[in-house]
Design a protein around this ligand. Structure first.
Ligand SMILES: Nc1nc2c(ncn2[C@@H]2O[C@H](COP(=O)(O)OP(=O)(O)OP(=O)(O)O)[C@@H](O)[C@H]2O)c(=O)[nH]1
Ligand SMILES: [Mg+2]
Length: 312
């Protein structure tokens, strides 16, 4: 049977094989992805970002248990910050989520962060698509760090969670990176630590600076101790409440359009890049000559490369 048909039936091995082949850019897999895409769009995507060690994976473990009770099929894509060589954290994630790994309806995949250039990683989206086509109801995307990368990352999610821990001065970082605007839910994990109330208060103060518009989502702030499964039931409820809000206000459509737009832009960029790399060296050399001699200008030369007419 074709790999795609097996993936559509939820076959774990077929999905793992397809994801691996996509990572290696195997041409047959890349071709298959086109058909995979046509079978996606059903899954609900939840992003969880935060500093290294904030407890994202622990929160997810707890959420997975909760959502499994509701019989939801779950996918997890953990973007791993370690180099593909050391693989340390990948192993860590695998070990921690091992229990859930035995459950056929929970699919967890770590991806090395290579290619994660503060933007939309092709490998991440490909993996999300495969999980979606497998019939997962909810897909969690875990990403480390705080910075511009997360802003893009949030744009692929329907619900974006930002995880903070007391004592890191995260508030300031967030304001700088524009993360405040992107989070639908703030989770203050390791809430048993000193400073969690202060962190909550400063978050509240920051959120109150943007006046609440009618028919918009007011970001929630939740305190958790994920390691003890404390607060995660509430988190699961708020995720579902946010989902209901997006559906009832028809904003879910906006999320889907935004995701499609991001992917389209990324595809155009990579196609152009590929075109540039494979195009005849002669033409490139000729254009460079022309530029040096000031026979043309960079913009006009660029239009010639991608075969577009001169713009007025
Ligand atoms: N004290 C305390 N420790 C916690 C809590 N939640 C998680 N931890 C611990 O914090 C450490 C990091 O947790 P992870 O879930 O791996 O954090 P992460 O954000 O996924 O880390 P990376 O994926 O490496 O960025 C682990 O040792 C957890 O056991 C909590 O509520 N309180
Ligand atoms: Mg993790």
């Amino acid at each position: 049977m074709k790999l795609l048909n097996r993936v559509l039936k939820g076959d774990v091995r077929a999905a793992a094989q397809l994801i691996r082949s996509l990572e290696d850019d195997v041409p047959e897999a890349v071709a298959e992805l086109k058909d995979v895409y046509l079978h996606t769009g059903q899954a609900y995507i939840v992003g969880i970002a935060g500093a290294p060690g904030a407890g994202k994976s622990t929160i997810l473990e707890s959420l997975i248990d909760i959502f499994r009770k509701g019989n939801m099929k779950i996918g997890v894509v953990a973007i791993d910050p370690t180099s593909p060589l050391s693989g340390g954290a990948i192993l860590g994630d695998r070990l921690r989520m091992q229990r859930q790994g035995a459950d056929e309806d929970v699919f967890i995949r770590s991806l090395a962060s290579r290619g994660w250039k503060g933007g939309l990683s092709k490998a991440t989206m490909n993996t999300v698509h495969v999980l979606d086509a497998m019939g997962k109801d909810i897909i969690f995307v875990e990403a480390v760090g705080s910075g511009q990368g997360e802003v893009d990352f949030a744009r692929i999610a329907d619900t974006s969670i930002v995880t903070l821990i007391p004592g890191l001065g995260d508030e300031i970082q967030m304001m700088k990176a524009g993360i405040m605007e992107m989070a639908d839910i703030f989770v203050i994990n390791k809430a048993e630590r000193e400073g969690s109330d202060n962190l909550r208060m400063s978050l509240e103060a920051m959120l109150s600076m943007t006046p609440h518009q009618p028919n918009t989502w007011q970001p929630n702030i939740l305190l958790t101790e994920a390691i003890l499964n404390k607060g995660t039931e509430q988190l699961a409820k708020v995720i579902l409440r946010h989902k209901d809000f997006l559906i009832s206000s028809n904003k879910i459509e906006k999320c889907r359009r935004r995701r499609a737009e991001l992917e389209l832009t990324a595809a155009i960029e990579s196609t152009l890049h590929h075109h540039l790399e494979t195009m005849s060296g002669c033409l490139l050399v000729k254009l460079i000559d022309d530029l040096v001699l000031r026979k043309t200008d960079p913009k006009s030369a660029a239009l010639k490369v991608i075969n577009l007419p001169e713009q007025k």
